[in-house]
Ligand binder design. Structure first.
Ligand code: GLA
Length: 387
């Protein structure tokens, strides 16, 4: 995070609360390279943290109150620690409040504090600004209150906050990578047991280009929760054939092929995506370890096809960005990233061709939809921590 932003958040803290802050923390956004809609099926993911973050300036206040101010929304929300409830009018502040509530439910004693939030992760774009605000809040509350929370436990608490308080039944990927990412690496995570590896991702000739459809996402939560239910439905039926299956992660593609026609067609398609996407992540991991980045890109393209046709979480705007990118010279692979229904695409591009890709994507997208897409060329970053 650059010095101008740091100065700005510190100065604003002083203006708002009339004293200096004592703590500064940040949490990055994330982009997932491959392994979409696999996390809540106990499967594999391969995301990176990006060089955009949410920052918090904070100081304990010796009262049993949380005062939360957002510079981006120019809005303050205060709440007594013993009376935290979801309130739609609290908007963004529901995320830190959700975390405070879950921490208390788990028996952690948290202290009152004044906080200022500021960020440059585009909101509602599928780059995990919500998970970032949860993680940065959790780290801040833990630090202020002297709590010891491990880097495995912290994302689980934040996920619980989102599941129970916000009502989005998200998986663990976002909160986990935001907490545990390492610069110049992708994070390979086994979402069933939370074992992970940092895989070097630092090819100097290749960049990650993120393209934002700028589409206001609608009904994402209900469609997301519906997909999750459909996967669980699939597991229930597959249990007749595989006694030990608990999640879709537990069967291989060949086992699935043998019995898939016992599933109703929509459920079959959803499960087929998940089972093959898990296999793609394992293959992608192998290729990345051998620095076979061209073949890695092909798997990204395949992942998009599957998300579009089988899982049905893409949309015409995402497809337009992806298919335009895939045709440009120097592009290794392109796909939608995150939950879908709008949000962003992720494209791996040889540096020489970045300008060409961005120009082509802008032109095609603008002529089709009359909207200028936004682009972020991102470095991989470390996970959340002190500034
Ligand atoms: C959202 C969720 C994640 C994951 C992705 C899809 O980002 O928060 O847990 O399920 O969608 O891969």
């Amino acid at each position: 995070m650059d010095n101008i932003r740091i100065k700005n958040i510190k100065n604003n803290f002083k203006k708002i609360y009339n004293r200096n802050c004592t703590l500064l923390y940040q949490a990055p956004g994330r982009v997932n390279l491959i392994g979409e809609h696999t996390d809540y099926n106990g499967g594999f993911v391969l995301p990176v943290a990006i060089d955009r973050c949410i920052a918090v300036a904070a100081k304990p206040n010796n009262e049993n109150i949380l005062r939360l101010h957002s510079l981006d929304f120019n809005n303050t929300v205060s709440c007594k620690l013993n009376n935290i409830k979801y309130d739609i009018n609290n908007g963004w502040a529901n995320y830190p409040l959700a975390v405070a509530k879950v921490l208390q439910e788990k028996g952690f004693k948290i202290k009152g504090a004044d906080l200022v939030f500021e960020g440059n992760i585009p909101q509602g774009s599928g780059l995990s600004s919500s998970a970032a605000i949860e993680v940065v809040s959790c780290i801040t509350f833990a630090s202020i209150s002297g709590l010891r929370i491990s880097k495995k436990e912290l994302p689980v608490l934040c996920q619980k906050a989102e599941n129970d308080f916000i009502g989005v039944k998200c998986g663990i990927m976002d909160q986990f990578v935001i907490t545990n990412a390492k610069k110049n690496s992708a994070l390979f995570l086994d979402c069933r047991n939370l074992k992970y590896q940092h895989i070097p991702f630092n090819n100097k000739n290749i960049s990650i280009v993120i393209a934002n459809t700028k589409l206001k996402r609608k009904l994402v939560n209900s469609a997301y929760n519906e997909r999750r239910k459909q996967c669980e439905e699939g597991v229930k039926i597959l249990k007749y054939f595989f006694k030990n299956i608990k999640m879709l992660r537990d069967i291989t593609t060949s086992q699935f092929e043998k019995y898939k026609f016992n599933l109703p067609s929509i459920i079959r398609n959803r499960c087929e995506h998940v089972v093959y996407e898990n296999e793609r992540v394992i293959n992608a991991l192998r290729l990345l370890k051998k620095n076979k980045i061209n073949e890695f890109g092909i798997l990204m393209n395949e992942s998009h096809e599957s998300l579009k046709n089988l899982y049905e979480v893409s949309c015409k705007e995402l497809d337009a960005l992806v298919y335009t990118a895939q045709k440009v010279e120097g592009v290794l692979g392109s796909r939608m990233t995150g939950a879908g229904f709008g949000g962003c695409t992720v494209t791996l591009v040889k540096n020489k061709y970045i300008d060409k890709v961005i120009k082509t994507m802008t032109k095609e997208y603008q002529s089709k939809f009359g909207i200028k897409p936004e682009f972020y060329i991102s470095q991989t970053e470390n996970g959340a921590g002190k500034i």
